[in-house]
Design a protein around this ligand. Structure first.
Ligand code: HEC
Length: 118
């Protein structure tokens, strides 16, 4: 019984991680490559800045999902990126989707997850 419970929790965790990854790759990597800056800063760079400003997972998720929901120059923590690329367009993402994506970004060390995608 214990084992079954453990297995269920484990599977749910796996599923959540997969969803975050899919949502991130489906919605963000057209502009944010994982480790390379092309038309936007790399997600590795964005993550580094956010981790520095918001080390707690809860704050990181809250701040990132809110900002992406409504990109806003005054609340940006990457003013230099706005100067270089112009502000990120408002892409009308759902808040819940953004929270899931932000959690995935928080958990993912992009330098250690080289994918063939980008
Ligand atoms: C159409 C291109 C595009 C897409 C798609 C895009 N971004 Fe961006 N994003 C940018 C550009 C350009 C910047 C740099 C300028 C800025 O900071 O606004 C940026 C900046 C950011 C920042 C830094 C915010 C700050 O403080 O300035 C975050 C966080 C971010 N993006 C998250 C995401 C996430 C998460 C997704 C997917 C849900 C995403 N972006 C999809 C273009 C994009």
């Amino acid at each position: 019984m214990r084992f079954l419970l453990f297995l269920l929790v484990y599977l749910q965790t796996l599923q959540a991680a997969d969803t975050g990854s899919l949502l991130f790759h489906g919605n963000c990597t057209t502009c944010h490559f994982e480790t390379k800056a092309v038309s936007a800063p790399s997600m590795m760079e964005v993550r580094k800045r956010y981790l520095r400003a918001f080390p707690q997972k809860k704050d990181f998720i809250q701040q990132m999902s809110e900002w992406v929901h409504k990109p806003n120059e005054e609340r940006s923590i990457m003013q230099d990126a706005i100067d270089k690329y112009e502000i990120m367009p408002n892409l009308a993402f759902e808040k819940d989707v953004l929270k899931e994506i932000a959690a995935y970004i928080y958990e993912t060390d992009f330098t250690k997850h080289p994918t063939t995608r980008h």
